[in-house]
Design a protein around this ligand. Sequence first.
Ligand code: NAP
Length: 259
Amino acid sequence: MQTMSGLFDLTGRVALVTGSSRGIGNALARGLADAGATVVLNGINAERLEAARQAAAADYTEGKVHSLAFDVTDATAAAEGIAWVEKNVGPLDVLVNNAGIQHRVPMLDLDVEDWDRVITTNLTSAFLVGREAARHMIPRGQGKIINICSVQTDLARPTIAPYVAAKGGLRNLTRAMTAEWASSGLQINGIAPGYIHTEMTQKLVDDADFNSWILGRTPANRWGTVADLAGPTVWLASQASNFVNGQTIFVDGGMTVVV
Ligand code: NAP
């Protein structure tokens, strides 16, 4: 009989987390490893990635932590990256599309190159890497894809138009993937973090006015931590979520349910 803890157990599963050399992705990879998964870290900066691999490898049993540098916006690199994981680590069970960037400029001053860069990194990448993962998962009749969205999946703010557009698109890409791949045994869901204290948001944490706005705007009255995201990620990566399809779970201290 399946036990409750067994439902969440990821022992023997292989998980790739894009953009996991630091920040949220790194914490999600470690959360998956804590639940038993063998994890593959990813980023572009090879030196930073290797440092992250070494740090994680020291905390887990041998062979549990791998890394592969590739650019998630490059279709060929994405295909080669997934093929490398399948050949050298094992059949991919879990893909977390986490790599993302931010660019803050009022829309009237926004260059199309910067618009494209943010859309490509935050949205097109999930299509490119997700499609390659699904090509391997579908014949096996199982697989989990988790797309890391944002409160900007639902809510806009000034100066971050391409980010808002990309994260809104990512929620509907999650639904589109579900429409095409759920009948093949895949579950594709999103996690939408609230304001999480990482390198990406350090400037905002240091800005006294913004910081006090965040605390007032968040019912939980605090910034999120990367640890807050690990449990929902393990749930969506595990058998415990086998009938959860196409949803985006907001992990935001309640920000998106109040005005
Ligand atoms: P971060 O600390 O800036 O880390 C970004 C990661 O993505 C790094 O590992 C970076 O690799 C990687 N990356 C960027 N472009 C890439 C590319 N083209 N190919 C491969 N890897 C790439 O960011 P974060 O704050 O942890 O955010 C992670 C995700 O969570 C993003 O999707 C973000 O939108 C989302 N999110 C963040 C917050 C928040 O409050 N922080 C809230 C909601 C959603 P390198 O080290 O090589 O640059």
